[in-house]
Every structure is written in structure tokens, then in C-alpha cells.
Ligand binder design. Structure first.
Ligand SMILES: [Zn+2]
Length: 598
């Protein structure tokens, strides 16, 4: 980066004239003159040699005539860049980069389009998302009859008696109860098991057949950290299963085969690259599949970089956890697969009142949510893993959850005297005002998902209704956290919401729906500039994965992970950011996606 900084003119000048003055006073000026002249030629030769030497071996790929947004503060914009092997070797204007063109160099015409670092998705459940691509997608369904329609359609394409699986319904379509009921599924499928995951992955919806297969009756007790929702009169299960109650049914669903999983992952990689993703941080679900990711890599099919966290189940850290983590770290620690992280989950979500709050929920004073971890056991586990140099992710959504995670990280730092571990809190949907400055003070990263704050009916009628106006005024406060010295980084939580980062980017900038509601914005004080939001998905996201030295911006020496896109998001109405299309995605210097559009 700082090519001139290692030059030592000053040192050499001050050494030599000292002896020259002593010995040959008369020739001082002559000597010095010659010496300076000599130095000048040396310097000139070096300066000139630098380019030919660099350009001599040429580039494998050059991109010309682009509008390159680098995120390098010393050179925010450029026209062109050169790539050799998997790295960027130069960033500059067309003339400078032309020099890297050799007979074998692939030339990409940027055609005045925006070139920027690839997106890093800091929170994803990749295997789940990849499998969901082949299942019933309920995203955007308007109401129960719309769901029934899609379900009937899907079932006719997948005849037989196998489980009907899908995901993506949201709470708001079920009226005041905000929870689904088995009767809507039983009407269509009395004999075929149906099991549908809510959009947030925290509540599931089963029909009677699925409940029967799982053996759930009115006498089945709630599992730890889970709730079987029941009819208040009959005590019968309604079909809604919250949090860990999902496993009661989940364990009866046949596991996809290895071949099915690999096929799903390949489809997932393609989908991610099409949307401009070049790295993802897996926040649970992918660690048990490491061997499959490794297989894709061995076959040269890896087109996305993975940072995969081990999922830590409560109630405490066990030696089998430590063994699994340490043996994976030994094997997977390169730029494609890295497993240096551990994910905890201390609470649930606000929509189903499972997020842990300091005070009761606004719509039901008998509920406060509860912590999934005993704080003392959480602190002990965090401290031990922090000592081992692991990066920690903690899912925390309610104020008590967020505070518990901050306390755990503070405790670890105090007893381990560790610095710059960059522990993270995932989600932070609401927060107590007094905890906002602790992110900066403790060096804790706020890993947030802009699209979760998308102010549609689900957020405004269910989330905000449950949270109440006080907590809703501190909804997704990324800007307040940054203003107080903290770092934020962005992701999707796919398959909870789409992994399309342009949607999240637009939401972070507008705090509105794509239809422009609410007019004043949802907690508009948290709006970011386009540049700030882009940084959260690129350079700061790389920082949040401890990889900002090699990723996250377009600079000489960094990995060539970048995208060329259809419009310059810095120049358009921010309400149109979500319409951006990716034309080209390059990962490690290789074109991994190319759209047909030109
Ligand atoms: Zn998640």
C-alpha cells in the first residue's frame, strides 16, 4: 500500500556527508553534489523499474473503463484494476492498467459500470437456505388462502405421501393470535404430513398428521427452551411449535441424502454468486456439513468463501464441544473454509415473545421471554473459548439478551486480558440505551441484518406491538452504535429473508419498505448513507470476520473478490437500490457468475 514508505533517503544522506565533511572539506560540495546526483538516479531507476517489473509478468485479468469504488480511503475511485492469480495487483486509471495487458490477459470491459468489492454476508444459514431453494417458498404470501394455493400447487408437482416441507410464512397473516393453526393445513392434507417453517426459523407449523407422527398429544410436556402452543380450552396442540419444540417433529423428517445436500449446496453457491456474494459467515447449521464443503473445494467447485461457526448448545461448554472445535480449526483455516468461530444463542425472537427482555412485553405483561443460557455458564463458556482465540458470535435480540452477551464478553476480556478478539452480537433488535456505548468500549461488533428491520406489517403490527413504543424507538440502532464508537456489519440471515443484499442495503439507507412506507421512515435517525451501508457489507464485514487485511476493499495485494453491477447506487434514488442487478461476480480472480444481460 505505502510503496514509498520504506525508502531510506534520509538515513543515507545523514550518514555519508558526516565523514565527507571531516575528510575532504574542499571537495564537500562536489562530493555531495555527485552523491545526490547518484541518489537521484538510483531513486529514478527504482521508481521507473517498479512499473515495468510489476507489469512484466502481466495480469491474468484486467478490468478497464469501469467506475471502481474501492473502499480504500487513499483512492476511493478508480477506472480499472489488474488481477494476477487470486489477487489484485494494481488499481488505477485505464492507462496504468493497460500496461498489465499481455497476450494471454483476459480483458473485461467495465463499460462505465460500477465495480465494487463483493458482498460479505455476515449472518447466514447456508445449508438451510440451500435446501430451501428446492422446497415450497411461502415468502410474500398474502394470507392463509394464498398459502393453501401454493401448497396445493407444490403438492401436485410433488405427488406421493412424503412430507410436504416449506418455509417463509409470517406472523401477521394470522390476525390477533399471530400464530398459525393446523386446521388450515388439515383441510387440504388430512393424511400427508405438512411442516412449514416460519420466515424467521423460530416457529414451525405442523398439520395433524405431522403431530401424530411425532406423537405429540395434549399430555406431551414442553421441551426445555421450547413451547407447544395449545388450545386454552382443550389443551390440544394447535400446530404451532416455538423454538426447541420444533425438534419434536423435526427429528421425524427424513434427513436429505448426501447427494441431495451436495446438489442443494451447488445451487446455493450459484444463487449466492448471482446475488453478488463472495463470502458468507455461517451462523449455525453448517458446521456438521464441513466435509461436504470440503468435497466441493476438492472438486474445484467452491465459488464462495465460508467462515463457519460451531453452534454451541446450552446448558454449558462440554469437552466434546472443545474437541470438535479444535479438530476443525486444525483442518479448516484458509481463505475458503475457516472455522475459527463459535455461535451461541441466548434468547429467541420478539414476534413469539421468546426474546429476553428486562421488562414485560408491551402486549402481554405476563411475558418477558427468558434466557436460553444461565449467565454464569454462558460467561464460563465464553471465557474459555475466548482464551483459545476463537471469535464468538452470540444471537441476542431482546435487551436482556444483548446485555447478557455484553456482560459475558466483558467478563472474558477482564479475566483473559485479551484484546482485539472482536466478539460479536448477532441481531440486536432492541437494546437498553445504557448498553449502546458498550459496543465501542468493549470492541464488540454489532452484526445486524437490515432486512429484519423492514417496516412491513409484520414489523409494525407484530414486532412493534409486542415490543412497545419505548423499545421500538431503539429498534435496530446501527447508527447509534457506530456514533458511540462501535462497529456494525451486515448480513441477511438467509433463509429467514432473501440473501439479496441490495434489499438490505436499501433498507439500511431508507428505513422504509420498497413502497416507501412509512413516509417518515422507521426510526429514521438510524438511516445510513449509501457509502456507510456499503461499508457494512464489505470492508466492515471483512473486519467482523477478522479478514480486513486481505478482503473487503479493492486494493493491491487483497483477494480479487469483486462484482460489476447494473447501476451506480451512489448516483440514483436510494429507493431504487433494490433494483440493482449483478452482471459479473469474481471470486479469487475467477469469474464465477456472468449474467446474460449486457
Ligand atoms: Zn440466524
Amino acid at each position: 500500500m505505502t510503496a514509498g514508505s520504506n525508502r531510506s533517503h534520509g538515513g543515507r544522506l545523514s550518514n555519508l556527508p558526516a565523514s565527507a565533511v571531516m575528510q575532504r572539506v574542499v571537495n564537500l560540495w562536489l562530493d555531495l553534489g555527485f552523491f545526490l546526483l547518484f541518489l537521484f538516479f538510483c531513486a529514478a531507476a527504482t521508481a521507473h523499474a517498479q512499473n515495468p517489473k510489476e507489469t512484466k509478468s502481466g495480469a491474468d485479468t484486467i478490468i478497464l473503463h469501469g467506475r471502481v469504488y474501492t473502499l480504500n480511503p487513499k483512492q476511493a475511485w478508480a477506472q480499472a484494476l489488474a488481477i494476477r492469480a487470486d489477487r489484485i495487483v494494481a488499481v488505477g486509471d485505464d492507462a496504468a492498467i493497460e500496461k498489465f495487458r499481455h497476450p494471454g490477459t483476459k480483458v473485461i470491459d467495465g463499460a462505465g459500470q460500477l465495480v465494487m468489492p463483493g458482498f460479505v454476508d455476515c449472518h447466514i444459514h447456508f445449508m438451510d437456505g440451500a435446501l430451501s431453494l428446492g422446497r415450497l417458498n411461502l415468502e410474500g404470501a398474502k394470507d392463509v388462502s394464498d398459502i393453501q394455493l401454493r401448497l396445493r400447487d407444490y403438492a401436485s408437482q410433488h405427488p406421493g405421501t412424503d412430507w410436504l416441507l416449506g418455509r417463509g410464512w409470517d406472523y401477521a397473516m394470522f390476525g390477533a393470535a399471530a400464530l398459525p393453526d393446523k386446521k388450515y393445513l388439515d383441510e387440504l392434507f388430512p393424511d400427508r404430513p405438512v411442516y412449514l417453517e416460519g420466515y424467521d426459523g423460530h416457529t414451525y407449523w405442523a398439520n395433524s398428521k405431522a403431530l401424530a407422527i411425532a406423537g405429540i398429544t395434549r399430555d406431551t410436556p414442553d421441551p426445555a427452551n421450547g413451547i407447544i402452543v395449545r388450545d386454552p380450552a382443550t389443551r390440544e396442540a394447535t400446530g404451532a411449535l416455538k423454538e426447541a419444540a420444533h425438534e419434536l417433529v423435526g427429528r421425524f423428517i427424513p434427513e436429505p441424502t448426501r447427494a441431495e445436500k451436495l446438489a442443494a449446496l451447488r445451487a446455493g453457491l450459484k444463487w449466492a454468486n448471482e446475488n453478488g456474494l463472495t463470502r458468507v459467515h455461517s451462523a449455525g447449521g453448517d458446521f456438521p456439513e464441513l466435509e461436504l464443503y470440503d468435497e466441493l473445494r476438492r472438486h474445484g467447485d467452491m465459488t464462495l468463501r465460508f467462515y463457519i461457526a460451531y453452534f454451541m448448545d446450552p446448558p454449558e461448554l462440554r469437552s466434546k464441544d472443545v474437541e470438535a472445535i479444535e479438530s476443525a480449526r486444525k483442518k479448516y483455516h484458509d481463505a475458503w473454509i475457516d472455522t475459527d468461530a463459535v455461535k451461541f444463542m441466548v434468547d429467541g425472537v420478539i414476534e413469539s415473545h421468546t426474546a429476553a427482555m428486562l421488562d414485560p412485553y408491551s402486549d402481554d405483561a405476563s411475558l418477558k421471554g427468558k434466557l436460553f443460557w444461565d449467565p454464569a455458564k454462558y460467561n464460563a463458556a465464553v471465557a474459555e473459548l475466548d482464551k483459545r482465540g476463537l471469535q464468538l458470535f452470540t444471537h441476542a435480540i431482546g435487551e436482556l439478551g444483548v446485555r447478557t452477551a455484553l456482560d459475558g464478553y466483558q467478563h472474558a476480556e477482564e479475566i483473559n486480558h485479551t484484546r482485539d478478539r472482536r466478539p460479536r452480537i448477532e441481531h440486536i433488535e432492541t437494546i437498553s440505551s445504557s448498553d449502546i456505548p458498550r459496543f465501542g468500549k468493549l470492541g464488540v461488533i454489532a452484526s445486524m441484518q437490515p432486512l429484519h428491520s423492514y417496516p412491513n406489517v409484520d414489523t409494525l403490527d407484530v414486532w412493534a406491538h409486542n415490543a412497545g413504543p419505548g423499545r421500538a424507538s431503539r429498534a435496530w440502532v446501527w447508527k447509534s452504535i457506530a456514533d458511540a464508537g462501535g462497529h456494525y456489519a451486515f448480513g441477511s440471515d438467509w433463509p429467514v429473508v432473501t440473501l439479496n443484499p441490495w434489499y438490505g442495503l436499501q433498507t439500511a439507507v431508507t428505513r422504509q419498505t420498497r413502497e416507501g412506507t412509512p413516509e417518515a421512515g422507521f426510526v429514521p435517525s438510524q438511516r445510513l448513507t449509501v457509502a456507510q451501508a456499503v461499508q457494512g457489507y464489505t470492508l466492515d464485514a471483512a473486519f467482523a470476520g477478522r479478514r480486513e487485511m486481505t478482503e473487503g476493499s479493492l486494493e493491491k495485494g487483497k483477494l480479487a473478490d469483486l462484482i460489476i453491477v447494473s447501476q451506480n447506487i451512489f448516483e440514483i434514488d436510494p429507493h431504487k437500490i433494490s433494483e440493482t442487478k449483478v452482471h459479473t461476480t469474481i471470486v479469487g480472480g475467477q469469474v464465477v457468475y456472468q449474467s446474460d444481460a449486457k
